[in-house]
Write a protein that binds this ligand. Structure first.
Ligand SMILES: C[S@@+](CC[C@H](N)C(=O)[O-])C[C@H]1O[C@@H](n2cnc3c(N)ncnc32)[C@H](O)[C@@H]1O
Length: 268
């Protein structure tokens, strides 16, 4: 299906993105203009809804815009990270199983991978439900370029949108489900992003969040405090749930393994 975006300049105006933009086997370049005359470019299928780069307030956020980080992120870190962080054998397939079981992507549904990086979750959702429309959003062009290459290699068609999670170019209640893996800890303004997620999620939709919580062990805390200097935030499970609640969500399901916490949130 085609995708309807909300103009960042005028919240009443929609921008119609045809389905062919999500077909990654055919490079799409061009632009879309609103009736107000604002123009948004599409470069190699990446729909750019940001006029300029975001201001980077932390080391963590700026490194995501490096080509090298984008290239090595998934293979060297992401696919192994959960075994390291949970302290048990936790292959990526196990994480995908939970993602699909808790999100239940349905035919004709529209799903958002928020802070997608290389679109690992977006690709898993599309593989599980080819009849759903999947949007991968990130504000890093480098990450979206890597996502594009990986999705094309998997023959997975998804929409790639460059936008800021704090001000998403979507109308209210657009998505049947939102998924967000590892991004919460990196957000400079988590409450703004969670409020936005709440706005764009349908009332009967669900929000799958994987994030890292504060370690119980003193050496873990020491490490997390030093990582915190680079802009990564950690909360206890209780603090995380307070944050979700403040932003309009209730916890439906939650499991923790080591410092990794998986949560299925529903709008309150
Ligand atoms: C830990 S990575 C995400 C990993 C990915 N979700 C996965 O499961 O492999 C965090 C990502 O969030 C993006 N990000 C951080 N703040 C953002 C914001 N305000 N808007 C959009 N993307 C953001 C970063 O560019 C980075 O690619």
């Amino acid at each position: 299906m085609s995708l309807e975006l909300k103009s960042p300049a005028n919240e009443r105006i929609g921008i119609h993105i045809p389905e062919e933009v999500s077909n990654l086997s055919l490079p799409f370049n061009g632009s879309f203009a609103t009736t107000d005359g604002d123009e948004y470019r599409v470069k190699n299928n990446i729909i750019d809804m940001m006029e300029k780069d975001p201001a980077f307030s932390t080391i963590a956020s700026s490194t995501n815009h490096w080509k090298l980080t984008a290239t090595i992120y998934e293979e060297l870190w992401r696919k192994r990270s959960l075994s390291l962080l949970t302290g048990e054998d936790f292959p990526i397939e196990k994480e995908h199983e939970l993602l699909i079981e808790w999100t239940e992507p349905k035919a004709g549904g529209v799903y958002l991978d928020l802070g997608a990086s290389t679109a690992l979750y977006a690709r898993a959702l599309k593989a599980a439900q080819p009849e759903a429309d999947i949007v991968a959003l990130d504000f890093s062009t480098q990450m979206l370029e890597e996502a594009r290459m990986k999705a094309e290699a998997d023959e997975t068609n998804i929409y790639l949108v460059r936008a800021d999670g704090r001000e998403m170019p979507f109308f209210s209640k657009t998505f049947d489900g939102i998924v967000m893996g590892g991004t919460l800890n990196e957000l400079s303004e988590p409450t703004r992003v969670l409020h936005e997620a709440n706005r764009v999620l349908k009332k009967d939709g669900s929000f799958f969040v994987m994030h890292l919580i504060k370690s119980d062990a003193w050496y873990g805390r020491l490490l997390q405090e030093s990582i915190g200097l680079g802009g990564i935030k950690f909360w206890t499970k209780g603090e995380s749930n307070d944050l979700f609640s403040q932003c309009g969500f209730q916890v439906d399901k939650q499991i923790t393994r080591g410092i990794v916490c998986f949560t299925r949130l529903l709008p309150k």
